[in-house]
Design a protein around this ligand. Sequence first.
Ligand code: ZN
Length: 217
Amino acid sequence: MKHTYCTNCRKETTYTLKKQGIRKVIKDKEYTFLITVAVCNECGEEISLPGLLDLNIKEIDSQYREKENLITIENINRLLKIYDIGKGPLALVLGFGEVTIKRYLDGQVPSLEYSNIMKKALFSPDYFYKKLQENKNKITPASYKKSQEAVNNLQELFVLSDKMRQVIAYLFKELNEVTPLMLQKLLYLIQGTSYALYDHPIFIEHSQAWVHGPVYP
Ligand SMILES: [Zn+2]
């Protein structure tokens, strides 16, 4: 049992953490967010716990981004890491103002347009590479060289098409465990379903007929 001081009971009591829906209006749109509250087990009143407010601010931020399909701060940090690039240079390479990425990391919510550019860069090393070439003159030669090497390494790792990579990322997200064999079967079924429903493949890779069934090498 967790104890804390309840200002209503005026003594140490135990409390229970509960999820509570709250409504908020952001940019003229109403949203319901789930936050965590601590409730006193004796009087039933809400208790303020240290750290809970910060946690809920983060929760609301990430739920808002999810509802609006906006990139998370975590994924913006990933961009810096996988492309071995600083905040300023990344902003310039993507065609933003130099301090934009820094502001996003400090919590400013990006527009949908800029968010989509960052998401695309995260999903596709090819897209990032194109942007890097486009804007190479805006960053220092050292930054350019470092990031270019990181992209090249990634491109070697990811010989898959962007579409197949997205399908695999989705499967990993939805399923707890995916064995290599299961992944092969699922990709084959997904490709088949795409042909059946839309008359065209979802990804460009072709499967090969192996002894144990179709395989994407
Ligand atoms: Zn109480």
